[in-house]
Design a protein around this ligand. Structure first.
Ligand SMILES: Nc1ncnc2c1ncn2[C@@H]1O[C@H](COP(=O)(O)OP(=O)(O)OP(=O)(O)O)[C@@H](O)[C@H]1O
Length: 246
């Protein structure tokens, strides 16, 4: 495993308030990582910085083996470099079928290399079948996306992101609004996706985080408060004080 993303000494202030405070954070490739922390800890701002939506006042954000700085890049350049983001609310094309949604996502490859790569390996139709199977929607391909359950829409959107083959996928509160069965399936999808790429999941649901069975980073006041296994961080008195004890 090598380091894919490295943030060092990153700070961001909004109107004088330090939302991110000297944050240093590393993600390996491949890796599944959960990020937890109280409201206002800086989790969303962290993702905004990685995806280029928010530019840090200080620090560095380095990506990939060529150590590219993400700070000077636009959001679309960062997306083409291989960073995908799943927001909390699903945004699929409701009138289009699941197959059409996946086909549209496939038509938007990250770069010329990927087009050649896919042509040499699998056809679009095969890729769609593969992705649908990865996200548990093989039997839903002809249905309009608008008819899917909330959980299925979330999986479709994860599938659309996987179609872009990101090296790093950021996922914001995937379990919100899901049934227990849907949560379990979402865990399986993310664990599987993280075998071949890096996946960072921001989540409040501790049972969900436990099932991810991965390294956990606890953010508080814009910095890393604790990091390690879920058992390790949940025994940390400071974590109990600021997050779990409330
Ligand atoms: N654009 C902005 N302007 C002003 N303040 C902001 C802005 N974005 C975030 N903040 C503040 O920065 C802090 C960190 O916010 P952030 O949304 O990153 O936290 P979070 O950990 O994602 O919280 P939650 O769990 O509630 O989503 C908060 O105090 C928030 O009010």
């Amino acid at each position: 495993m090598s380091t894919l993303l490295e943030m060092s000494g990153v700070s961001v202030s909004f109107d004088g308030f330090k939302a991110i405070n000297n944050l240093s954070f590393q993600i390996a490739e491949p890796e599944l990582r959960a990020v937890i922390g109280p409201n206002g800890a800086g989790k969303t701002t962290f993702m905004d910085i990685v995806t280029g939506k928010t530019k840090p006042d200080e620090g560095s954000v380095i990506f990939g083996e060529k150590s590219v700085s993400l700070i000077g890049m636009s959001e679309s350049q960062i997306s083409r470099a291989g960073i995908g983001r799943k927001f909390q609310k699903p945004t699929v094309f409701e009138a289009q079928s699941v197959r059409e949604n996946l086909a549209m996502a496939l038509k938007n490859p990250r770069g010329p290399f990927d087009v050649l790569f896919y042509r040499k390996t699998k056809s679009g139709a095969e890729r769609i079948e593969d992705i649908a199977s990865q996200v548990g929607l093989s039997d839903q391909l002809t249905r309009p996306a608008g008819e899917l359950s909330h959980g299925q829409k979330q999986w479709l959107e994860i599938g659309m992101l996987l179609a872009q083959d990101p090296r790093l996928l950021l996922v914001d509160e995937p379990a919100a609004g899901m049934t227990p069965a849907e949560r379990e399936k979402t865990t399986d999808i993310l664990v599987e996706a993280a075998k071949t790429r890096s996946v960072v999941v921001v989540e409040h649901d501790m049972e969900f985080v436990r099932r991810l069975n991965c390294k956990v980073t606890v953010l508080n006041e814009g910095s890393v408060l604790a990091e390690g296994s879920l058992d390790h961080v949940t025994q940390n008195p400071e974590v109990i004080d600021v997050y779990l004890g409330r």
